[in-house]
Design a protein around this ligand. Structure first.
Ligand code: 13P
Ligand code: SF4
Length: 357
């Protein structure tokens, strides 16, 4: 039989990055009244907020006050399965809402803005990804949480940044070769740390990709006592300068636990709200995004996460619009890769939650 030519890896689409939305500023009394109306709506609808650390601090505060959760992607996924509520309102990006719906088909899942996607998700269309998997049937397919439900349906495992290393180590120890998507930087990092044979999709996070290694070197010289905290979606020359590399939860824990007074942080600056809450006296400095005089599109703040605000949260609770749905055929497959991760986390006692205060 004639050998089939190996198809090259598909070229992912160019991502168009939206401008940060500008929300009308609210006076203190107006904001308190709006928050109270949201509390009442949540209570009346037996709904809880499931928020990511990158969203606006007011949303994080409200989620905590009303018994919801503020967490990384791993804990957001787990939390939804345990919450005693009929509705989960996910303040984050689309894949987080879809994961909540896949794991909790009986619950209503709402989001303030369904247009809040993610460059990693957009850079990995399900049809191209499926073709890529077809060409490499000998590989275990491991996808990052930041993907569509349809991509998760094509995967053997879903992982988040908080659990990628132990899961890939486990697969490598079983002799499995891996097809990884979509974040190439996280993929390279996991490959280096585990020594696994990994074929990487060519995707990236537009926010983390803007952190610049050369400018970070200069900033470190100005702050010699600062610890450098880096999310593993960042480029290699940034990761190489890190004192701590980890998920958002891991970076927050580092600020609270390390003795340093100053931290240079290479991730979305929405995380500062939680870091300040747990370590009020410490100084947090954003890692440089593009060096002196250069421009950046996201400037250490995810434009899709910024689509979540008090105003559209109230609207969605009033209207019931923006409900997440996942086609049953996709859901039944995607749930397997997600549940595998949650089972692994439970079995190995790995949590994305912060210790209770
Ligand atoms: P975490 O799972 O570490 O919270 O990361 C999610 C994310 O989108 C980072 O950009
Ligand atoms: Fe996606 Fe990057 Fe935004 Fe995280 S910060 S949601 S990876 S675009």
């Amino acid at each position: 039989m004639k050998a089939q030519p190996i198809k090259p890896q598909p070229v992912p689409p160019r991502i168009s990055v939206p401008k940060h939305p500008v929300w009308p500023s609210l006076g203190a009394a107006e904001k308190q009244a709006l928050k109270q109306r949201i509390r009442d709506l949540l209570h009346a609808q037996n709904a809880v907020l499931v928020a990511h650390y990158y969203v606006d601090g007011d949303l994080q505060e409200l989620a905590e006050e009303t018994g919801g959760c503020v967490a990384d992607s791993l804990e957001m996924a787990r939390y939804g399965t345990t919450a005693d509520a009929e509705t989960l309102v996910v303040c984050g990006v689309r894949f987080m809402g879809e994961t909540a719906k896949i794991l909790n088909p009986e619950k209503r899942v709402l989001m303030p803005d369904l247009g809040a996607t993610c460059s990693l998700d957009e850079g990995c269309p399900a049809d191209l990804f499926s073709d890529f998997c077809d060409v490499h049937p000998d590989r275990t397919v491991v996808v990052y949480a930041n993907t569509s439900a349809a991509v998760k349906a094509r995967a053997d495992w879903m992982v988040t940044s908080g659990i990628a290393l132990p899961i890939v180590r486990h697969l490598h120890a079983r002799g499995e070769k891996i097809l990884w998507a979509p974040d190439k930087y996280l993929g390279q990092y996991v490959q280096q740390q585990t020594g696994a044979d990994m074929l990487l999709w060519e995707g990236s996070c537009v926010v983390h990709e803007e952190f610049k290694g050369f400018a970070l070197q200069r900033l470190k010289r100005l702050h010699p006592g600062a610890a450098v905290l880096v999310h593993p979606e960042s480029p290699q020359d940034v990761l190489q300068q890190a004192d701590v590399v980890g998920s958002t939860t891991a970076l927050i824990k580092a600020v609270a636990l390390l003795p340093n007074e100053e931290f240079i942080v290479a991730t979305d600056d929405g995380i500062f709200w939680k870091m300040h809450q747990l370590a009020p006296g410490k100084r947090l400095i954003s890692a440089p995004t593009a060096g002196a005089g250069a421009t950046c599109e996201s400037c250490a703040h995810c434009p899709w996460m910024a689509m979540n605000a008090l105003q559209n949260l109230e609207q969605v609770l009033i209207s019931g619009a923006n409900e997440i749905t996942v086609e049953p055929g996709i859901r039944d497959k995607a749930v397997k890769s997600i549940q595998r991760m949650l089972d692994f986390a439970a079995e190995h006692d790995i949590s994305g939650a912060l210790p209770r205060q």
